[in-house]
Design a binder for this molecule. Structure first.
Ligand code: GMT
Length: 376
């Protein structure tokens, strides 16, 4: 198949899933054409069967704002025509599904059939899409997609109820490369961040409000009273400054290590003991899956699709949003009970391998592509 993939190229779960999916499809022999305004950050090398098409933004002086959605549509039309695409797969509904719909309509005029699949990832449905001005457009673009997938059962249900949509939505969970995200020796890095044998809490995110990163610092404050512990924060975003300030205010500046955006996640995850995900909204929680695949148990909130990933009392623990005391209690339990820790760590790895292995999930996308292409 020849597949066009559009995603946000930035540091974020939807772009990661789209890129890893594209690379996996290319490895299976499909031809993959990424269409975006910048090269997706995980597309960092040469890969056979993979092509990148940059959306050029028009800078005509009359336009105070760039016409990204239209430029994207034009690029989709160009790539469809000249690369003979079978299908477009867009990740994150806004504006990608709308651009794909528009491209489809343009092509229809010349009797060409462009089918497109939209994958819903999270805030496109639970936050941005709910803004009254966007809602009708999001609903429309989902209804008009030839196929729709959601990354959790939670997100599927939310889409159907929030937007009052009657449409088949296929749940295809996020996936992980279980060979790459594996348990490995990380002693040297661990010594660097926890030189006195402290325990290590981890968190990765894009530091947006919904991630409640500050909660991880408050959890550390409580945990530290019982167990010498460090907190490693990976990623960057709007909330980072506030978090740095909070760490200083709580006199934890030496115990909270801000690593910023990082590519070598596996080494870092392997140097940790417990992964914290205190999100206020989370449709799946890919970064928690990355940790689990490295055998790191998760303490998360109960929101969204997290309970479909993190099983309470098996791969980690689940607490309510903002319940710092409980999250700290759970973290302490894991950090002090070795037998329980080892069993949760094994369960986490096993769950990643049995349920979210790339080799199990990517074929589901391929099967879905075939279904959509064969449908009227
Ligand atoms: O929806 C977002 O906030 C953006 C998106 C991203 O690009 O980071 O994250 C979502 O998609 C990920 C991949 O499917 C999921 O693992 C995340 O849970 C989800 N984020 C939220 O729902 C907040």
């Amino acid at each position: 198949m020849k597949i066009g993939i559009t995603c946000y190229p930035t540091y974020g779960g939807s772009g990661v899933v789209a890129t890893e999916l594209g690379l996996a499809l290319a490895a299976l022999g499909h031809q993959v054409h990424f269409i975006s305004y910048a090269i997706p950050h995980r597309l960092n090398g040469f890969y056979e069967n993979v092509f990148f098409h940059e959306v050029e933004l028009s800078t005509y002086p009359l336009f105070e704002h760039s016409l990204y959605d239209l430029s994207l549509t034009s690029k989709m039309l160009e790539v469809f025509e000249f690369e003979d695409l079978d299908l477009m797969h867009v990740h994150y509904a806004i504006p990608h599904a709308v651009s794909a719909y528009l491209a489809q309509q343009v092509l229809r005029k010349s009797n060409k059939d462009l089918k497109f699949i939209t994958t819903l990832h999270g805030t496109d449905i639970t936050l941005v899409g709910l803004e009254p001005s966007f809602m009708p457009l999001v609903k429309f673009s989902i209804e008009e997609s030839n196929g729709v997938t959601a990354v959790s059962r939670f997100l599927k249900e939310k889409t159907l109820t929030n937007y009052n949509i009657e449409k088949e939505i296929e749940v295809i969970y996020n996936f992980i490369d279980i060979d790459k995200y594996n348990i490995e020796d990380s002693e040297a890095f661990r010594k660097h961040i926890a030189p006195n044998g402290e325990k290590v809490l981890l968190h990765t995110s894009n530091f947006r409000l919904v991630k409640r990163v500050a909660d991880t610092i408050r959890v550390l404050e409580k945990v530290k009273k019982e167990v010498p512990t460090k907190l490693v924060l990976i990623g960057d975003g709007p909330d980072r400054y506030e978090c740095e300030r909070l760490a200083r205010d709580l006199d934890l500046q030496k115990d909270v290590i801000f690593l910023g955006k990082q590519d070598g996640l596996v080494k870092i995850l392997n140097a940790g003991d417990v992964f914290l995900m205190p999100s206020q909204s989370e449709s799946f929680g890919l970064s928690a899956l990355e940790a689990m695949s490295c055998g790191v148990p998760v303490v998360s909130t109960s929101v969204g699709g997290l309970p479909e990933l993190n099983i309470h009392n098996e791969t980690g623990y689940i607490a309510e949003i903002g319940d710092i005391d409980r999250m700290a209690k759970y973290a302490i339990e894991l950090l002090t009970n070795e037998k329980r820790y080892n069993s949760f760590s094994k369960n986490s790895r096993d769950r990643a391998v049995k349920n979210f292995d790339k080799n199990l999930i990517v074929p589901k996308y391929v099967k879905y592509y075939e279904e959509v292409l064969n449908s009227k």
